[in-house]
Design a protein around this ligand. Structure first.
Ligand code: ARG
Length: 260
């Protein structure tokens, strides 16, 4: 039913990597969020973010690094409490977050989209009024649901789950009518569940070349988040991100996960 999600072809292997001496960079992330950060059957951490981290921190900056699992809601507070050095968690750059962290240059474009079960009565954005939607707590999917709720004068029930899989399970079990979440992550889930489909329609991204062929509620960009006193490191990471775009590494990783 969906694009994307060729994720299991990837094998980043170990949880960390890199070379140079010195401190180990810890990367806070909420896992699983396939195809960005999740585990394969062998239990290895893989995904688009995981491979971009290897390219940026391991290869370009020659640093030791490791991922640290943490809940998404509260991930910014945790970064600012110095529990890890950066956040890499398919995190959308937005203004309210930018008051508390600094972001790298954008490294991925995403859209909020609506998942349904096949045969759902919901056929348009307006039909969402009076229904219940599942979201991951603390995400831009939750924010998009709150915007809709306001638009519907409060007539939308929002069920927030600590992890996206909670929302996906609720959809499969008919506990919510829809799930609002990032398009490629939802596409990855839909690809594994035949009964799951996207709500179609023209959305905010309808006139963009790279827009997904279904209703889009927002257009977003992912960034790596840093503490606000970490400018030198952030600049180094921006340089590395630019290099992997120029040298083809980014495209290679992109094609591995998103069908090129
Ligand atoms: N892009 C969305 C946001 O920034 C969802 C990110 C969720 N990421 C995760 N690894 N669970 O709010």
């Amino acid at each position: 039913t969906a694009v994307g999600a060729s994720g299991l072809a990837a094998t980043a292997g170990c949880i960390g990597g890199g070379g140079g001496g010195g401190e180990t960079i810890t990367i806070g992330s909420d896992i699983p969020y396939a195809p960005f950060e999740y585990r394969n059957e062998a239990g290895d951490l893989i995904g688009f973010d995981v491979e971009i981290a290897e390219a940026v921190f391991g290869e370009q900056l020659d640093m030791d690094y490791e991922f640290q699992e943490t809940s998404f809601d509260g991930i910014i507070a945790s970064l600012n409490n110095a529990n890890f050095r950066v956040i890499m968690s398919a995190m959308t750059i937005n203004e309210s977050r930018a008051e508390r962290v600094d972001f790298s240059d954008p490294y991925f474009t995403a859209y909020q989209t609506v998942l349904l079960l096949e045969g759902s009565d919901i056929g348009s954005r307006e039909d969402l009024q009076g229904t219940s939607v599942g979201v991951q707590r603390g995400t831009t999917g939750e924010a998009a649901a709150e915007d809709l709720q306001e638009e519907f004068g409060g007539d939308l029930q929002i069920e927030s789950y600590d992890q996206i899989n909670g929302a996906f399970d609720a959809l499969l079990n008919n506990q919510v009518d829809a799930v609002i979440n990032d398009n490629t992550v939802s596409a990855s889930f839909a690809a594994e569940n035949e009964e799951v489909v996207f709500l179609e329609g023209d959305g905010v991204a309808a006139d963009r070349d790279d827009a997904p062929p279904y209703l889009t509620l927002t257009i977003e960009e992912y960034g790596i988040a840093f503490r606000q006193d970490d400018d030198d490191f952030r600049e180094e990471v921006n340089g590395a991100l630019a290099t992997i775009r120029e040298n083809g590494t980014y495209e290679e990783i992109y094609n591995e996960y998103f069908d090129g």
